[in-house]
Design a protein around this ligand. Structure first.
Ligand code: HXC
Length: 271
């Protein structure tokens, strides 16, 4: 099997939303240079939003921004930052405001992962993932909140389903994503009165992404136990959930976790 390019087009989208619902709006997405977050960004741009994608690798971001703009006809700003560094995040926000003048929606998606049992995991390995996933999300909220308040916008945090049960070799990510879920809930209740919403998308197994390449068995899963929907997810499934949660159709939905996992989480818990 050819290696996954981690560049998943939204061509697999089954969006039923109007193409211009985010016209004039601006998305700020950490981790937007690749994988699921790139697909979420593409979905938003296909529905009218301009975007800033944030990551550590400027070359990769620049290439992704060009491809996203060409595919959608919207503007995409590559903004280099490490979510572990509040100073670089603030610079990325300043660049976004300088270019677009506003931030309406934020996706906290930057994440790190690898498989290792607790017995072999170094203290620094655990800390690194906590710093990227949990503290990185906190830093992103801090850097963007004033702008999201001003636009009465919304956050989506990209979590996972693996921490709702004990998933072997995932202690670092499980602890980090539990923190992300909690952070989003607190943000929702604190900022609701300011017109800001915050929700979590918890992707299940999504084909063609770096996370799945690292974590999952390869090949066709149709008929395999553990896949109630008979297939793996596609990035377009997460894109559709993103459009819904950021849209006015979800204006009374905040503080929630939406698993987009084809039912895998529930089946795993009963095996
Ligand atoms: C054991 C490892 C390791 C591995 C790194 N470490 N990889 N330990 N097994 N495979 C340890 C290192 O030895 C080091 O500890 C510490 O982690 C930090 O590693 P660095 O390489 O110095 O850190 P850094 O360069 O910041 O890289 C961060 C990273 C990297 C997380 C390690 O892999 C990364 O940035 N990945 C991003 C891409 C990615 O993984 N995306 C997929 C996310 S999917 P010591 O003790 O040696 O100093 C996802 C969803 C999951 O999150 C759910 C899917 C269903």
């Amino acid at each position: 099997m050819a290696p996954s390019p981690h560049v998943v087009p939204i061509a697999d989208s089954t969006s039923v939303f109007k193409a211009d619902i985010f016209k004039g709006k601006v998305l700020f997405c950490t981790g937007g240079g690749s994988g699921i977050c790139r697909g979420m960004t593409e979905a938003m741009m296909r529905h009218g939003a301009n975007s800033a994608i944030v990551g550590r690798n400027l070359e990769r971001l620049t290439k992704a921004a060009k491809e996203l703009s060409e595919a959608t006809g919207r503007e995409c700003l590559p903004a280099q930052a490490d979510v572990r560094s509040p100073a670089t995040l603030k610079e990325a926000v300043a660049k976004t405001i300088a270019k677009f003048g506003r931030i309406d929606y934020v996706i906290c998606g930057a994440a790190g992962n690898f498989l290792v049992p607790i017995s072999a995991m170094s203290e620094n390995a655990f800390k690194t993932v906590m710093e990227i996933d949990t503290i990185g999300s906190f830093n992103t909220i801090k850097a963007t909140l004033a702008h999201v308040r001003a636009s009465k916008g919304a956050y989506i945090h990209v979590s996972a389903t693996l921490h709702y049960n004990g998933t072997p070799f995932q202690a670092h990510v499980s602890a980090a994503k539990a923190g992300v879920d909690a952070l989003s809930a607190v943000l929702a209740v604190e900022e609701g009165p300011n017109g800001v919403r915050s929700n979590v998308i918890a992707p299940g197994p999504i084909a063609g992404t770096e996370g799945m390449d690292r974590l999952s068995p390869k090949g066709d899963v149709a008929g395999r136990p553990g896949y109630p929907a008979g297939r793996m997810g596609v990035v377009g499934d997460i894109g559709n959930a993103t459009i819904f949660l950021f849209s006015d159709a979800a204006s009374y939905i905040t503080g929630q976790v939406l698993p987009v996992d084809g039912g895998t989480m529930h089946l795993q818990s009963t095996l």
